[in-house]
Design a binder for this molecule. Structure first.
Ligand SMILES: C[S@@+](CC[C@H](N)C(=O)[O-])C[C@H]1O[C@@H](n2cnc3c(N)ncnc32)[C@H](O)[C@@H]1O
Length: 316
């Protein structure tokens, strides 16, 4: 049988089984191509060249067995292949951390963060680094920058260390453990990128099995998804250098974010556009964060020492 024909058959099986996508692919055909080429040890973008190749019986069996595992175990394909790609960069992944897919990576690749900063950052923090994919992409994007990756989960940091090593970035990426910004006490950054846990309780209860296979600590953001984010916004200003920026992913929770933190006398985020739309990634200046949270910014006093959360939630 030709490889292309087997991929068609396996894609149909994946589609019929009702597996969920969203961990690197969005549909059954791409998922079957990924699993098929990975099983054969071929580059994942090589289907045009190898699609007409005849498969041996053992190759057919291996691909079918892998697709069987994907269907019956209901785990992301990346947990089976131990590899995921983000912006063309490969990352090791296993069940200790989520599969890399942050939309911030797209804004980074598109130069949006360079445009915001207007300069090359020297000190970057990837808060909630998980697998360290954003830390690695930042280090690759800005070869002069020193990058910290921080996470509460020591297991996630073990995976982060594997990816740091894989990309030869031990000298440029520090990995730190702690709760939120407590991991980086006393440090300031030109840029903080953060893809935090932001899934609200209702969505958590309805997650497909593939997402439930990921560590809950990486996803669950409390009742309205904003628990981690709320604490981060209060303290981020004291970890940003003058002219610094926080770039934050919030899923598609723009309405919730705006109701709680923006609006008149609230934060004034810039919404960054990417392939998921313009409600998933936002950017905030150090000055805005300091004014909002009543912190003294580097290089000048806060505009207003008043906390302005319009939700009725107490953040203090
Ligand atoms: C959505 S994952 C993001 C992982 C990675 N940055 C990515 O984009 O693939 C969120 C990460 O936040 C970490 N986390 C959860 N609560 C945290 C906390 N209180 N302080 C620091 N990290 C936390 C989780 O362990 C997880 O690795």
């Amino acid at each position: 049988m030709k490889l292309l024909r087997l991929i068609e058959i396996e894609a149909a099986r994946l589609a019929e089984s009702g597996v969920s996508f969203g961990h690197g692919t969005t549909n059954a055909v791409d998922e079957a191509v990924w699993l098929g080429l990975w099983s054969l040890g071929l580059p994942l973008d090589d289907l045009d060249r190898v699609g007409s190749r005849d498969l041996t019986d053992s190759e057919i069996q291996s691909i079918r067995a892998l697709v069987d595992r994907r269907i019956h175990q209901r785990v992301p394909a990346a947990y089976l292949t131990r590899e995921a790609w983000l912006q063309g960069v490969p990352f090791y992944v296993d069940e200790r951390t989520i599969v890399p897919r942050s939309m911030i990576a797209e804004n980074l690749a598109d130069g949006d963060l360079d445009s915001l900063l207007g300069r090359t950052p020297s000190q970057v923090l990837d808060l909630c680094t998980g697998n360290a994919s954003l830390a690695v992409l930042c280090a690759l994007a800005w070869p002069q920058a020193k990058v910290d990756g921080a996470d509460l989960s020591s297991q996630a940091l073990e995976v982060a260390a594997i990816n740091r090593h894989r990309h030869g970035l031990e000298q440029r990426i520090d990995l730190l453990q702690g709760d939120g910004l407590q991991a980086v006490a006393g440090r300031r950054y030109d840029l903080i990128v953060c893809n935090p846990p932001y899934v609200n309780a209702e969505s958590m209860a309805r997650l497909p099995a593939e997402f439930r296979a990921e560590p809950a600590i990486a996803l669950a953001g409390g009742l309205d998804g904003m628990d981690f984010i709320s604490a981060l916004l209060r303290h981020a200003g004291s970890h940003l250098a003058s002219g610094g920026w926080l770039v934050l992913e919030i899923g598609h929770e723009r309405a919730t974010f705006e109701a709680r933190f923006a609006g008149p006398r609230g934060l004034e985020p810039i919404w960054l556009e990417n392939s998921s739309g313009c409600d998933a990634v936002l950017a905030l200046t150090a000055a805005d964060l300091c004014a909002w949270s009543g912190l003294e910014p580097l290089g000048g006093p806060a505009k207003q020492a008043e906390h302005r959360d319009h939700s009725g939630h107490s953040d203090r």
